[in-house]
Design a protein around this ligand. Structure first.
Ligand SMILES: Cc1cc2nc3c(=O)[nH]c(=O)nc-3n(C[C@H](O)[C@H](O)[C@H](O)COP(=O)(O)OP(=O)(O)OC[C@H]3O[C@@H](n4cnc5c(N)ncnc54)[C@H](O)[C@@H]3O)c2cc1C
Length: 376
């Protein structure tokens, strides 16, 4: 059924979509958010929210709620080679670590409280229209009309295929996987995120709420499959290859159930628009997970596009200027993040990792931590 025409329909109610909807709704715009998932839901992610993501949460007025939900504060990092060489450093500013079940639900709740209409558990099956005439968005349950559309549907959605985006359907060399671990030994990780590089990928360990430890990894399809089929065996194999990993995992046990495996991960910037559809978060570009910047970028680009769409809804930005203005602002928000995350990628991925991680990596990793946040 077609109802009143909205200012914006946001497709994807995760961090980018909810941040945008929150900003839009607060400005008085009529906005609806649609997601195929219902919340809370788990997500393949290392769950480390970098300092600029924490700052974005504060601007959205949500940092207090996130801390109250039990987020762990992380100040230090360690980068570990399979032979045990451990490079340590301090993050440029404190990060937070909270499960995506809790974090995403909190940001979405912020959008709801600000006045956004939510349609959850409904996959968007088509997006048609343009900025001159408006858009029609369809789910199996409803048809929505809007002046503008925001694509915040993440790194790989069937919608990318329907809209003809070129990466869709091409073979992926990387997949993510994720599992929670439990055990008192998790307190070893207080204040710390540890990144272990191994042949075929890397994995991060950090404490989240209630003493759970999040293990998020980016790896070849073969390793991700192994994680899905027999996680215990994978951990045993990696621990046998790396006594340092075995030491970090001692006293921790995977929670029951299969590991979560992500959609294919095609790393890199894709562009802030596709035709007349504005894009934010991973839909506009997927930054390397080792940076711990993906969530921050989702929040920051969501916040920025929400502000621009609000200006458009208020008549201050013409429809004809919207796409080019968003492309310009998206570049300003993302800075050199994609360039530097690609530059340092070989240190973390592939056979090079074991050779390049060395004592000299501490300043390099510290520099990477700053450069990949655009704060230098
Ligand atoms: C292994 C791994 C580890 C990572 N670790 C970290 C980390 O430690 N720190 C960090 O900051 N980042 C990390 N990231 C990156 C981070 O997870 C993403 O950058 C972030 O989730 C992007 O948020 P988003 O809102 O753009 O998209 P997403 O969180 O992917 O959300 C997209 C939403 O769109 C919805 N959707 C998709 N298609 C449709 C449709 N057709 N109709 C309706 N809804 C739809 C989905 O259900 C989903 O809720 C990691 C990524 C991987 C792969």
């Amino acid at each position: 059924m077609t109802g009143e025409r909205l200012d914006t329909v946001v497709v994807g109610a995760s961090l980018a979509g909810s941040a945008a909807a929150l900003v839009l709704a607060r400005s008085g715009a009529r906005v609806a958010v649609v997601d195929k998932a219902t919340f809370p839901r788990p997500k393949t992610c290392g769950e480390l929210l970098s300092p600029d993501g924490v700052a974005a949460l504060a601007r959205l007025g949500l940092d207090g709620a996130v801390r109250a939900a039990g987020a762990a504060t992380i100040r230090r990092f360690a980068l570990v080679r399979p032979d045990g060489l451990r490079v340590r450093g301090r993050l440029p500013a404190p990060a937070l670590s909270l499960s995506r079940e809790r974090l995403d639900a909190l940001v979405l709740d912020g959008a709801r409280k600000a006045g956004a209409a939510l349609h959850l558990g409904e996959a968007v099956t088509s997006v048609e229209g343009n900025l001159a005439e408006g858009f029609t968005v369809k789910t199996p349950a409803r048809t929505l009309e809007a002046r503008t559309i925001l694509g915040a549907w993440g790194r790989y959605s069937p919608l990318d295929g329907r809209l003809g985006r070129p990466f869709f359907g091409t073979p992926a060399t990387l997949f993510g996987f994720k599992k929670f671990l439990t055990g008192g030994a998790g307190s070893r990780l207080a204040d710390l995120v540890v990144l272990h590089v191994f042949s075929g990928g890397y994995l991060g360990l950090s404490l989240v709420e209630e003493g759970r430890v999040s293990l998020g990894a980016l790896a070849t399809p073969a390793v991700a499959q192994e994680a899905h089929h027999d996680f215990d065996r994978l951990l045993a194999r990696l621990s046998a290859e790396s006594p340092a990993l075995a030491a970090d995992l001692a006293g921790l046990a995977p929670e029951p159930g299969p590991a979560l495996v992500s959609e294919p991960v095609h790393l890199g910037a894709r562009g802030a628009t596709w035709g007349d559809v504005l894009l934010a978060g991973d839909a506009a570009g997927v930054v390397d997970p080792y940076t711990g910047s993906g969530m921050a970028l989702a929040l920051r680009t969501g916040e920025a596009v929400g502000a621009l769409l609000a200006e458009h809804a208020a008549g201050r930005v013409a429809a004809t200027d919207l796409a080019s203005e968003w492309a310009r602002r998206w570049k300003a928000v993302t800075g050199r993040v994609f360039f530097f995350s690609r530059l340092f990628r070989p240190v973390f991925l592939g056979g090079l990792a074991t050779r390049l991680v060395g004592p000299a990596t501490a300043p390099l990793a510290g520099l990477a931590a700053r450069l990949t946040r655009g704060s230098v």
